[in-house]
Design a protein around this ligand. Structure first.
Ligand code: ARG
Length: 503
């Protein structure tokens, strides 16, 4: 029998608590204190963190290979089969205590008791949270690439699909569907950039900071960071264990992303209404009514529109929990974790569902074209023509056209009357013909002259499409390169782990 077992006694009790604290906790205290539910998100990360730490302890000769070998064997089993149910026993405070207890039960106290050398649950949990979060960010980035690809593909088909652009939800000026979709692609590309930025701050390793003041053991922090695929170590040991701005930042990025998704979904809801009929959503994205048999409701777009509420709620919870906390680790930080997971775990799904909804949507070119010129959407161009061709001050031109709109007609006699009132001369006397007026009011004129970079003219949209495509390719490289680096690191970790375990 392991001599330590006699001393330590019943091995099924939480290895962290058992010597220092006595008494049984009530179920209420246990459940208040436990992070087990949220720790389901980091259990497999914890196994990787344990392996990286043990490999490093062995390399630094802090733990002998004879002790490391059985421990690593058990860790590899957990890696392959998953963390066993017993590690989630609610009597353990958290998954770190659970896994350490299970490992100790399986290998004996003389072996299992060495895993936590030079480490605290404080740097352990911070590392687990970061590597799980970075993996989730990468999934979101890949989904954003898919979404942006679909937006560019659909936009390409609709460079000439004329539609009204709105301000205040009132017909404003003609644009194209491609231009409208490119606006969203641009918004999602900023979401992408923000998440890449967040990724760089998330993917750092706190491991080796121990409880707060680092440790006297000759740990190799850079090595564990490298094995875990982290880009660098989080250098200050107090910052490393106490900071959760990486979590708040990720939640903030996702909140902004979901706010953009919400706007897009609102438009799809409006566009699919029978008033507007710009789009028909595929049946799989819709529900019907339990009483009204005619109904086809855009429920998926509605749920996606609302998701930002959950994200913002999670962000506000997280930031409220960290505000005012003194250095360094406080248990309050544990209470933040459920909000992090509640916020970020389903965002990848949200992006992909939106992506599928756009891909399968049918946009109605004729309806959009019908509306493109309604409500005086080209009157700005008429005023601009008066300025360009006849040197009338813009404000005067605006008054002339505005008065004609008010009088209910944009024909030349009405415009002449308004011009006399506001300019002291008729337009006809300046050489303006009914044909010139008609030409200025044509939707195609309004569109084709708006050819500045970023404008809706088909030629500008073609240029924009090519530029966005290039940007997308560059962004795709970022995420695939990060994934490649991480998987190369984890391969190295596994090779070292198997070598130590003698497998
Ligand atoms: N479950 C804890 C958390 O999520 C782990 C760290 C516990 N540290 C402590 N000093 N009690 O934050």
């Amino acid at each position: 029998m392991d001599p330590l077992e006699k001393v330590i006694g019943n091995m099924t009790r939480d290895v962290v608590r058992k010597a220092r604290l006595g008494g049984e906790r009530t179920g209420d205290i246990e459940s208040l204190l436990s992070s087990m539910e949220a720790d389901k998100h980091i259990a497999s990360s914890d196994v990787l963190v344990d392996m990286a730490h043990l490999i490093m302890l062995t390399k630094q000769q802090i733990v002998h290979e004879e002790h490391a070998q059985p421990l690593m064997k058990e860790l590899l089993t957990m890696y392959e089969l998953g963390v066993p149910a017993e590690a989630f026993d609610p009597s353990y405070e958290d998954i770190h205590a659970g896994i350490e207890t299970v490992l100790t039960n399986r290998t004996g106290g003389d072996v299992g008791g060495r895993l936590h050398i030079g480490r605290s649950r404080n740097d352990e949990v911070a590392t687990c949270l970061r590597i799980r979060t970075r993996d989730i960010i990468l999934e979101q980035l890949e989904a954003l690439i898919r979404l942006r690809t679909v937006l560019l593909t659909v936009a390409e088909e609709h460079v000439h699909t004329i539609m009204p652009g709105f301000t205040h939800l009132q017909h404003a000026q003609p644009v194209t569907l491609a231009h409208h979709l490119l606006a969203y692609e641009q918004m999602f590309s900023r979401d992408y950039d923000r998440l890449c930025d967040a990724f760089n701050r998330v993917n750092c390793s706190p491991l080796g900071s121990a409880a707060l003041a680092s440790t006297g053991y000759p740990l190799d922090r850079a090595y564990t960071a490298e094995l875990l695929g982290c880009d660098k170590i989080l250098i200050n040991s107090m910052d490393a264990v106490a900071s959760r701005d990486f979590a708040a930042e990720t939640l903030a990025c996702d909140t902004l992303l979901l706010a953009n998704i919400s706007r897009f979904c609102e438009e799809l809801i409006i566009w699919s209404s029978s008033f507007v009929q710009f789009v028909t959503l595929d049946d799989q994205y819709c529900s019907t009514s339990s009483i009204m048999p005619q109904k086809k409701n855009p429920d998926v777009a509605e749920i996606l529109r609302s998701r930002v509420g959950t994200l913002l709620g999670a962000f506000v919870s997280a930031i409220t929990i960290v505000k005012g906390l003194p250095m360094a680790y406080n248990r309050d930080l544990q209470d933040l974790n459920p909000h992090l997971w509640r916020g970020i775990t389903e965002v990848r799904r949200d992006i992909d569902v939106l992506c599928g909804m756009i891909k399968t949507a049918q946009f109605h070119r004729e309806r959009m074209a019908q509306e493109a010129g309604r409500g005086g959407t080209t009157t700005t161009e008429l005023a601009d023509m008066l300025v360009r061709d006849f040197d009338i001050p813009f404000r005067t031109a605006h008054h002339i056209v505005g008065k004609a709109v008010r009088d209910g007609s944009l024909d030349l006699p009405t415009l002449d009357k308004a011009a006399e009132e506001f300019y002291g001369r008729t337009l006809s006397s300046l050489g303006i013909t009914p044909e010139k007026v008609q030409h200025a009011l044509a939707v195609t004129t309004s569109l084709s002259v708006r050819k500045l970079p970023g404008g809706p003219a088909p030629q500008s949209v073609q240029t924009a499409l090519a530029e966005r495509q290039k940007e997308l390719e560059k962004d795709t490289n970022f995420v695939s390169e990060k994934k490649r680096q991480i998987s190369a690191s984890l391969d190295k970790l596994l090779t070292q782990a198997r070598r130590i375990a003698n497998i």
